[in-house]
Ligand binder design. Structure first.
Ligand code: SF4
Length: 96
């Protein structure tokens, strides 16, 4: 039997320079990186990206020292992405 697992939603993303941002993140899923909880999916290419709806989920997160992270997966109910150290970082990150 196939089990559907719920991934955390990207509740808001304020990074308007990203090709996936059209009134919110329209990537199917994003990956958060290990350095500064940066959004690894961020791209400023001029190309139009996304699935046309702001329903992005957190597919993977490499920030193992976050309280919401277990086995390199995010278990927060939802996350917020915005500028911090990098142009696009997970602002829901909380050190263990
Ligand atoms: S809340 Fe923590 S575990 Fe979830 S995406 Fe952000 S840094 Fe990763």
């Amino acid at each position: 039997m196939t089990q559907m697992l719920e991934m955390p939603r990207v509740q808001t993303c304020s990074v308007s320079a990203c090709s996936y941002n059209h009134d919110g993140c329209t990537a199917f899923a994003i990956t958060i990186g290990s350095m500064n909880s940066e959004c690894d999916t961020f791209v400023d290419s001029g190309a139009k990206g996304g699935i046309g709806q702001a329903l992005a989920q957190v597919g993977a997160c490499k920030r193992a020292d976050c309280v919401h992270n277990s086995d390199l997966e995010c278990h927060a109910p939802a996350i917020v992405v915005g500028p911090s150290v990098d142009k696009a970082d997970c602002l829901t990150y909380e050190a263990e």
